[in-house]
Write a protein that binds this ligand. Structure first.
Ligand SMILES: [Fe+2]
Length: 165
C-alpha cells in the first residue's frame, strides 16, 4: 500500500472526504424522493443515504478526536478535492435532468466502486490499532452497500418486475 507519514495538513483529508460522503447522502436522499412511487426503490435509496451519513460521521469524528494522532493517508488529497467538485456538478445535473431508476442505479454502483478507497477505513490508517478497530466496527454494518444497489438493479431488470410495474 502506498502510504506516507502524516503531516500537519493531512487532517484535511477528513474534511474533504466528509464532504464527498455528504454529497452521496444528498444524492441518495434526492433519489429516495424522486423515486418515491416505487416503495422498495425509495426505501433502498433512503437507507443508502443513512449509510452515507454514517460514513460522514466517521470522518467528522476522526477530525474532532484524532486529527493529531499518528496516521497515514492512503489517498491523494487533490484527487479527493476533484471528486468533491465533480459530485457537486453531478448533483446539479441530476436535479436538472432526473435519471431513470436504472440509470441512477448503474451510475451509483459505478461511482461507489470507483470511490471505495475514499472511505474512512481505507483512506486513513491509524498507527493505534484500537482507533483503527473502532472505525472498522463503525463501518461494519454497511459492507453490503454496493451489493444492495446491484441486487436492486437485477430486480428491476428482471421480467417479474416489468410485469408488476
Ligand atoms: Fe460512502
Amino acid at each position: 500500500m502506498d502510504t506516507t507519514k502524516n503531516t500537519s495538513s493531512d487532517y484535511h483529508i477528513f474534511d474533504v472526504c466528509s464532504k464527498i460522503e455528504a454529497r452521496f447522502a444528498e444524492l441518495y436522499q434526492y433519489y429516495g424522493d424522486i423515486f418515491s412511487e416505487d416503495y422498495d426503490a425509495s426505501k433502498l435509496w433512503k437507507k443508502a443515504a443513512l449509510e452515507e451519513e454514517n460514513h460522514l460521521s466517521q470522518f467528522e469524528l476522526a477530525d474532532r478526536l484524532y486529527r493529531w494522532s499518528d496516521f497515514a493517508v492512503t489517498v491523494d488529497l487533490e484527487r479527493a478535492q476533484r471528486i468533491c467538485k465533480k459530485m457537486d456538478m453531478f448533483l446539479e445535473h441530476v436535479r436538472k435532468v432526473p435519471p431513470t431508476l436504472e440509470t441512477a442505479l448503474i451510475k451509483a454502483i459505478e461511482m461507489e466502486e470507483a470511490l471505495v478507497d475514499l472511505h474512512m477505513t481505507t483512506a486513513v490508517i491509524f498507527s493505534d490499532g484500537a482507533v483503527q478497530k473502532l472505525f472498522k466496527a463503525m463501518a461494519g454494518a454497511d459492507r453490503e452497500h454496493i451489493q444492495s444497489l446491484k441486487e436492486y438493479l437485477t430486480v428491476i431488470n428482471s421480467k417479474e418486475y416489468c410485469i408488476n410495474a
